[in-house]
Ligand binder design. Sequence first.
Ligand SMILES: [Fe+2]
Ligand SMILES: [Fe+2]
Length: 162
Amino acid sequence: MDESDSMFPAALLATDHQELDGLFLEGEDALHRGDVDGAHSALDRIWMRLAVHIRAEHKVLFPALAGSGAEWEGHLQTLRVDHDFFMAALAASLQALRGPVADLPLIEVSIQSIRDRLTAHNALEESRVYPLADSLPSKQRQQMVGELAWELAFLPDRYRRD
Ligand SMILES: [Fe+2]
Ligand SMILES: [Fe+2]
């Protein structure tokens, strides 16, 4: 992200999407190798990171876009349902990994379905939703960037690793 991008909500949030994609690759790789602890650690970090991303969208982005019209209201419903799905499905996969006999191929399928839906979700946000935020008046937009950056940095201690 270059300096001018840092003034825009879309660039900030899309960068977070890309970093989440990287975490998914780590998790998928660990599952593929049969590394249960590594997969649990990667999925736990995805869960934390996505929770923080979603909270930032709910607390900062969505309220700022209230009144953006019927199309936005329709997207908002989709995004909220998707968010609930992501958190519940990731929690279920984490629980399955900690079960007595973790069925890794089944968990891989679940993670793939989460990732497919997240890819479509992120594409909708980046094409239809974040541009609404970028088109807000400059002062409001910059305030939003500050609030989003603060929210996105608010990760639990166990997210940090060596
Ligand atoms: Fe989202
Ligand atoms: Fe997002």
